[in-house]
Structure formats: C-alpha cells, structure tokens
Design a protein around this ligand. Sequence first.
Ligand code: HEC
Ligand code: HEC
Length: 289
Amino acid sequence: MTRIFSAIVSIVASIVLLFVLNIVGDIIYAPTGVASVKPDSGEMAAAPAKKTKETAEAKAPAKAEPAKTEPAKTEPAKVEKTAAAAPVAKPAKRKRHPGKRLYLRKSCMACHGKGGARAIQNYPSIAGQAEKYLVTQIKDILSGKRVGSKDENGAMRTAPMTGALITPEGKVRINDDEIQKIANWLSMQPSAKPKPLETALSDDQLKEAKALYKKKCRSCHGKGALKPLKNYPILAGMKKAYIVAQIKDVKNKVRKNGKIKSMVPMVKKLTDEQIDLLASYLSQIERLK
Ligand code: HEC
Ligand code: HEC
C-alpha cells in the first residue's frame, strides 16, 4: 500500500518537475524563439518541436500506468538534455520577438502552452496559423462576437480566455497592437505534433474520412487540410475534441463570427459519427514545416 502511495507521489513530483522544466526551458530558450522568426531558420525552429515530443513521451507513460515507478527513469535524461541544449542556444544573442514576451506576459502560455503548441486540456494549439486568422479570432473572442457552446464543466468554451483577459470591470487587458505582435510571432512558431488517438482508425474508416473531407471540406481547408484558402484555419493536427466542438458549434450556429457562415451548409447534415470520423482523421495529419 505504502509502495503504491510513494509511487504516486513520485509520479506527481515528476509531472511537477516537467512543468517547471518547461518554464525554465522557455526562459533559457529565449534566443531560439527569436531565431525561428527568420523563415530560413528551419533548424532552430525544429529544436523545440523535438523537445515537445520528448516531453509528451515522458508524460504519457506516467498517466497510463500509475502503478509502476518506471516513468521516473525518463526524468534524468530530460534534465541532461535541457541543460546541454542551453549553451547551444545562447550564442544566437538576438533580440526577443516582442510577441513572444507579450505571449508570456499576457498569460497566453498558461492555456495554449509553450510556443502556442502545447495547449492544456482540449484547448486549441494556435502555433503556425495565419496571422490574420489569429488576430480576428482573438479580437472576436474578447469582444464576444465569437462564443462557444458549454464545455463538460458547464462553462462557455471561450469563458476561460475572456476570464483571463478581461477584468471583472470589463476592461480588456490587451490592446490591438499587442494582439498583432503576438499573432505575428505565433504564426511563425512550429505547430503542435498530432496527439495519437486512443483507437486508431481502420483502413476503411480512413478511406471514408478522406472521401468525406474531399467532398465537404477540401474546397476551403485545402488538400490534406494543410493548405487552406488565405487566412482560413489549418485543420491538420488539431486536437480531436477541439475539432468536434467547433464543427458542432458551427453546425448549431453557436459560432457565428468571421467567415464561418460559408461553412454552415457543409456541416449542416453531418451526423455525430461523421463529425467524429472527420475529427479523428484531421487530428492525425502531420503538419508541414
Ligand atoms: C485561461 C485560458 C486561456 C488563456 C489565458 C488564453 N486563452 Fe486563448 N483560448 C482559450 C480557449 C479555451 C479557447 C477555445 C475556445 C473555444 O473552444 O471556442 C481559446 C481560443 C483561442 C484562439 C482561437 C484558436 C482557433 O483555432 O480558432 C486564439 C487565437 C487564442 N485563444 C489566442 C490566445 C492568446 C493570444 C492569448 C493571450 C493573450 C490567449 N489565447 C489566452 C483559453 C485561453
Ligand atoms: C466554404 C468554406 C468552408 C468549408 C467548405 C468548410 N469550412 Fe471549416 N471553416 C471555414 C472558415 C472560413 C473558418 C474560420 C471562420 C472564421 O473566420 O472565424 C472555418 C473554421 C473551421 C474550424 C475551426 C478551426 C479553428 O481553429 O477554430 C473547423 C474545425 C472546421 N472549419 C472544420 C471544417 C470541416 C470538418 C469541414 C468539412 C465538413 C469544413 N470546415 C468545411 C470555411 C469552410
């Protein structure tokens, strides 16, 4: 009994450690963020993405097998890597993108994760979307033009964000210029890695999903959900639960902002099963660099 308890304590401690490392890593990695602003810096941009995978792998077993102490073993490796990576990143010494600083200061990271690519819960990862799309969505959410259905806790889906960025007196804690800078920085960040499904799609399901996508979605969201029309969102690799919620919100005319109206006829007749299938498929598409 005590053994199980101490195993649980050590797992919780590992998760806390990972979280702290992420924050520390973010500070250490500051110059990397700036470097990835340059379109030609594919190498630098790739580094944080790799780290994301490592963290995800280290975290996953901790959750899946709470009875074993093994996951703790992955910790030292991670510490070494983080420490070893720091001196490599340092010599780059460039000014930080103001959008990155604002992203941290305005607490976006608490929900959307490091670099906008490690969002918590079913919140959307926002790295690598078109700048203009990001600006519009942020403004629409803050102004109340974009709302959402209720989540599993009975709160409106956009409420966490408005709660964090609007004071109880109704003052918005971020101005247009700051939104622009954050969106500019986010649009250049490497996108999130797909989160594996609990049950992978069968070949038949995949075929069906692709056909449905081609028929109903591709005209706007592009081939393979990777190359949408200008300033439309890239769907590839988004979290499944987020995609499901958004399609349903569009279908039920809860989300009505921006150019979404054109999408309504395409989702109006989709069944829950079809929505689930499409979201499963889309969530597994690896984004291009
Ligand atoms: C307390 C949590 C929280 C904070 C802090 C937060 N957001 Fe969000 N954000 C959300 C949630 C939840 C959604 C999704 C709402 C929905 O499901 O309709 C969202 C949606 C978005 C979207 C739309 C994504 C899309 O694909 O359409 C953008 C862009 C965004 N947030 C940017 C930001 C930025 C920039 C900041 C900091 C200035 C920020 N958020 C702070 C929780 C948060
Ligand atoms: C006629 C064009 C069009 C078609 C067809 C279309 N969409 Fe969209 N979709 C949009 C637009 C435009 C937006 C963003 C709206 C905005 O500006 O706020 C969007 C947004 C979304 C979002 C939310 C993305 C986010 O980051 O929040 C999802 C998910 C989505 N579409 C899925 C689909 C799926 C699945 C299909 C096919 C069944 C589809 N769309 C068909 C135009 C379209």
